[in-house]
Design a protein around this ligand. Structure first.
Ligand code: C2E
Ligand code: CA
Ligand code: CA
Ligand code: CA
Length: 281
């Protein structure tokens, strides 16, 4: 038994070693990926589900790794947050997405105004040049503040309340919108929510895509929509996959939506052919 124990310990150890090495190369690769231009911005349409109209896109990063192939953001974002490479990556995403919106605006003016939503991580808010960088990119691209929304999570709100309120207030002065992302999945910041100048809440796709009449997820979604209406915030439901889910959300008073029912995240070319080339509705 002893020998076997030692044996299985060895196997476990070897596995852990492989995982650690994988993680290490992933982290080193992340640092190089920006210079090597391995990241791509994908765009997922966000729609007005009352008027059935396109209102903008969420920018989502994609990593085309030279040997691993496609790596999911769910896998590398946590690693990027750990080793700090998330800060230059998010800054690059912000710049790329704003440039793209400016191009689309001049190419397809009849579809505008459209908004671009960009994800932030906690470390982005700690960067000394955060506001400065936004101002620079805005003046370079000519994109007005009202065309930009920044998505932050609940946990980012309660980290450093005073500083966060100050930063968000500076964003509001620039007419940039603030979305509370993944609402309901993290810390419950209900007590704090009214203190932040947020414009909308995003209901996480894990709730919406698992909705069934009367089940727990349905209750959660219904409660978040009621809360948003009460606080005067808009609400965006992510992860709408079926016409039934769409109908429930409309009945519950949700105004905006995003999900595979409308479209998966798409490349620039695909967005142009599927959403921007034809005449607007
Ligand atoms: P998120 O901000 O909650 O983004 C929405 C995620 O839901 C995306 O996954 C999107 O592809 C997925 N989704 C959209 N509609 C549906 C649907 O109908 N059904 C299902 N099952 N899923 C749907 P993605 O692109 O894999 O991104 C995962 C997460 O990675 C994002 O979650 C976000 O937290 C993070 N992320 C992505 N891009 C960036 C970035 O540029 N910067 C930062 N800081 N985080 C990012
Ligand atoms: Ca998001
Ligand atoms: Ca998120
Ligand atoms: Ca989410």
């Amino acid at each position: 038994a002893k020998a076997q124990g030692r044996n299985s310990y060895k196997i476990f150890d070897a596995e852990m070693h492989t995982q650690a090495v994988n993680r290490l190369t992933l982290e080193t690769d992340l640092r190089k990926a920006l210079e090597r231009e391995e990241f791509v911005v994908y765009y997922q349409p966000i729609v007005d589900i009352v008027g059935d109209r396109l209102i903008g896109f969420e920018a989502l990063v994609r990593w085309q790794h030279p040997t691993r192939g496609f790596v999911s953001p769910a896998e590398f974002i946590p690693a990027a947050e750990e080793n700090g490479s998330i800060v230059p990556l998010d800054s690059w995403m912000f710049e790329k997405a704003c440039q793209q919106m400016a191009i689309w605006k001049s190419k397809y003016p009849s579809h505008f105004p459209l908004k671009i939503s960009i994800n932030l991580s906690a470390q982005d808010l700690r960067k000394a040049s955060f506001i400065e960088d936004i101002d620079r990119i805005q003046s370079e691209t000519g994109l007005e503040g009202s065309a930009i929304a920044l998505e932050i999570t609940e946990s980012m709100l309660i980290e450093n309340i005073k500083k966060t309120i100050d930063l968000l207030t500076q964003l509001k002065e620039r007419k940039i919108q603030i979305s509370i992302d993944d609402f309901g999945t993290g810390y419950s910041s209900l007590n704090y929510l009214h203190r932040f100048p947020a414009d909308n809440l995003k209901i996480d796709y894990s709730f919406v895509s698992q909705m069934q009449q009367g089940n727990r997820n349905y209750q959660v979604v219904s409660t978040i929509i009621a809360l948003s209406n009460h606080l005067g915030l808009d609400v965006v439901a992510e992860g709408i996959e079926t016409p039934q889910q769409l109908q429930w959300l409309q009945q519950l008073g949700c105004e905006f939506g995003q999900g595979y029912l409308f479209s998966k995240p798409l490349s620039v070319k695909e967005i142009e052919t599927l959403f921007l080339c034809e005449a607007p509705k």
